[in-house]
Write a protein that binds this ligand. Structure first.
Ligand code: IMP
Length: 210
């Protein structure tokens, strides 16, 4: 069964294909010829994930899931949250500037607690119809969406360390470890990360129901 993952991020695609293949063929935005930079105009991670999944379903008529991630820092009231990519302004995705701003804002704070949160939205009318036909007792409605959440707790380091990963990885130390995600590397990160946990929930749901 084919499913679009509304991203062109190769790290994310590799991660998810390893979990969902061979049962599911995962297509990227590039694979379906979508060149639009889908605007993330929502006020929450849930809204942004849904906007992306809805865009693909509406314009391409394909079952799709999308993710959105935010870093939520307790001492900053949950900032940068949904604005994680463009925390330092500009067009966003300037990781160095984002981390610089974060470390600056936390400079005099002892409470360093933070978490990464990923939300995955799945919009899959074809898949849901298939499931509903298979098991009419289930009562799944067509066109409805499903949300899957993954969280990893941790803390913000005093300074950057490590070279792997991306985004805020050099300043995020997951609970139970003394090293940043960027020092721990992909193998460890992909086992415990926010996205891995959300993807795992999606995978369990897909494998159980389809
Ligand atoms: P998106 O959901 O991929 O758009 O992520 C929004 C922003 O959160 C990115 O630009 C990154 O700065 C940050 N981010 C997302 N996932 C991670 C991660 O696994 N590690 C570090 N930063 C991340």
């Amino acid at each position: 069964m084919k499913l679009v993952f509304a991203t062109n991020n190769l790290h994310k695609l590799k991660e998810i294909r390893e979990i969902l293949q061979p049962e599911f063929e995962i297509l990227s935005l590039a694979d379906i010829g979508c060149e639009t930079d889908i605007p993330e105009t929502g006020n929450t991670l849930e809204e942004n994930a849904l906007i992306k999944a809805q865009f693909v379903e509406k314009h391409y008529g394909l079952d799709c899931f999308a993710d959105d991630t935010g870093l939520e820092v307790e001492a900053l009231g949950g900032e940068p949250g949904v604005y994680s990519a463009r925390y330092a302004g500009g067009n966003g995705h300037d990781s160095e500037a984002n981390m610089h701003k974060l470390l600056h804002k936390l400079a005099d704070k002892d409470n360093r607690r933070a978490r990464f949160r990923t939300v995955i939205a799945l919009i899959a009318p074809t898949l849901l119809t298939h499931i509903a036909n298979k098991d009419s007792q289930r009562g799944i409605e067509n066109n409805s969406h499903l949300l899957f959440e993954g969280i990893v707790d941790g803390r913000i380091a005093r300074e950057k360390s490590g070279n792997e990963g991306f985004g805020y990885d050099p300043v995020f130390i997951p609970e139970g470890f003394e090293k940043s995600f960027a020092e721990l590397g992909m193998e460890v990160k992909n086992r415990i990360s926010h996205r891995a946990r959300a993807v795992q929930k999606l995978a369990e749901w897909l494998k159980k129901t389809s």
